[in-house]
Design a protein around this ligand. Sequence first.
Ligand code: FSX
Length: 470
Amino acid sequence: MIDYHNQHRDLIPGSPAQKLLEGLGRAVGFHDLDHIGAFGMPTGAYMEDMLAPAAIATAATRFGPLEKVHAFWFAGASCDGCSVAATGATNPTVESMMLGAHPGIPRVILHHPVINMESGAHYMRAAEQAMEGTLNAPYVVILEGSIMDELLAFDQGGYWSAAGEEPWGKGGELRPVSTTEWVARLSINAAAMVAIGTCATWGGIPSAEGNPTGAMSLMDFLGKDYRSVLGVPIVNIPGCPPIGDNFTETIAAVCYFLQGFGPLPEFDELGRPAWLFGETVHRRCVRGAYYEEGQFAHEFGDPECLVELGCWGPVVNCNITSRGAVRGIGGCMNAGAACIGCTMPGFPDKFTPFYKRPPGSLASTTVSRMTGSLIRPLRKFSNNNLNREVRWDKTGEVTSGFGREKSDPGMLAEVTHHFYDKMRRFNDNATNDGAAWGKIGDDGGDGRHPEQARGFKSGESSKKAMPGRR
Ligand code: FSX
């Protein structure tokens, strides 16, 4: 029998993870699969072996030493929304990564309680091998849901959230092994630890005020100084639920790194992919221009900026407005909902009550109302002009059959646009003073066609010889 008890020595001293394994005691031995036989194997094969004939990654396509990387997915306190989001990812998809379809990325051997075919002890086999150091490839651990204080439940003879059973009971009897315990034990030799969703990244809803389960984030659980065997701190992909593509794209980037095919992707100081969470919701919001023009929704369903209905977008780091929910479609503000800050470490407590205007927005909305009341009519004025053909300006008639009421731009508009255009084109060398950048006068002063004046034969374009605008 192998004793895995000493593994907790490698955890960060004083961290909740280390305390948990101290409290749980010894982990000795695993299942005897010969004794269990084919029970839990409806297809008679492990999913890794089932998919192998269809997998595309080969030595010729993977461009690196790794043929595969195992990914252990565990669920703590969660709604499984992260699983739904990840399996809905489109760029790349989970299934394409499982088949090794991306050049440079090793095949991802996913161990997910919903996706895998095998169950029971056979499902846990790879996790056991990872623990005993006999797995055939490096592994990463992915956690959805928050870490709960399993010592609270253990003392009562129960558990909050578990995956499988192992013979780690006091007399070697089987006992359920909590997600929290698996995460602690597997973190020791993981190539990377990835938290998906706000519950796993920051504690999320399960850790909200009251918090009877002692829920916390993965980084709070493993401790500030935790590093994977490759020296990588915990990677955090927040969102409740997260955007599926944010997750698969980050996993793909980490896989490139593991393969030696790319650098370690850039993460911010909280372990978020910097290229995904560097901007606020508001900066890329489809309603952002309404804010700028001082126009705000009064009720849901209105098209304007949602700040006065309680939207936190201006101060929340998230890319939902530019990326959408699935395949660029949907996502909170795009679909009419206000941002409630679900990607943020302070969520949910610092954002409640939801759908109530934050008092801090009063100053900024008042200013944008004032500037907007000036800018909006001016833009409308220009917009009206730009919605007219030059021909219509000359004829005074718009040939639309849709009953446009005002054909004539009116004297004031005509004069204003005339002077505005003069001002706009002032100092425009391309039309006013070609000599300033090497052109001679438009007609050479003798009435010839401008191109003839420049020495071009008929039919030969000056654009061939002269860069820039004319
Ligand atoms: Fe949490 Fe995941 Fe929120 Fe749910 O499972 S991030 S409750 S939408 O999705 O963990």
